[in-house]
Design a protein around this ligand. Structure first.
Ligand SMILES: [Ca+2]
Ligand SMILES: [Ca+2]
Ligand SMILES: [Ca+2]
Ligand SMILES: [Ca+2]
Ligand SMILES: [Cu+2]
Length: 198
């Protein structure tokens, strides 16, 4: 019975949230759509490589320029990951909870969170180097880009790792044991970068 004492403390916090909106009347002419230039440096999660992403948020549109190099040959799906109003991070090797030497898609979820916007073009982004510029108007769930809010709550993840060393990151089930994440070359995170304002 002693453990129930702390439950009431969380209820006091909403008072603080209301104070932030009073001072913004001078910016009202610009509306509420977020704008700004952001970028992310991509570092390896599994195997090697590096990359860089420029993101220009223009209210209802998001222009993305992505480059990557030194990654395993194969399919490279890329996403913006995160949960709005939560700071997304990139996983370290300590997230390899099953000890197979790879931080797989699910093992990294506590850091980068779920997919909010796919940046890749189907499965046509292939090779050891990537370079593309694309503009987006909607999130993967159909919501407007503006609902992302500030982009520094998110991370960019580039997937695709050649687990079995056959020269291609294309096999979603290397071990032929079903659709689990630990041996999925397509969903395996290759690079990750936290988005920050320029
Ligand atoms: Ca693992
Ligand atoms: Ca392979
Ligand atoms: Ca499998
Ligand atoms: Ca497996
Ligand atoms: Cu992803």
């Amino acid at each position: 019975m002693r453990t129930t004492i702390v439950v009431g403390l969380a209820l006091a916090c909403p008072v603080l949230a209301a104070a932030g909106s009073a001072g913004s009347a001078g910016a009202a002419a610009q509306g509420s759509a977020p704008t700004g230039a952001y970028s992310a440096d991509l570092a390896p999660v599994n195997h090697g490589g590096s990359g860089h992403v420029e993101l220009d948020l223009l209210g209802t549109r998001l222009a993305v320029s992505l480059t990557a190099s030194g990654i395993d040959d194969g399919v490279h799906v890329a996403h913006i990951h995160g949960i709005r109003q939560a700071q997304a991070e990139c996983p370290a090797l300590g997230r390899d909870v099953d000890g197979n030497g790879l931080v797989d898609l699910v093992e990294g979820l506590p850091d980068y969170g779920p997919v909010v916007r796919t940046l890749s073009n189907g499965t046509s982004d292939r090779g050891t180097d990537l370079q593309y510029e694309r503009t987006f108007k909607l999130l993967d769930n159909g919501d407007a880009i503006a609902s992302l809010g500030r982009l520094d709550q998110y991370a960019v993840v580039v997937h695709g790792v050649d687990i079995d060393g056959d020269g291609r990151a294309t096999d979603p089930d290397v071990q032929h044991d079903g659709s689990d994440p630990d041996d999925n070359e397509v969903s395996m995170p290759a690079l990750c970068g936290v988005i920050s304002p320029d």
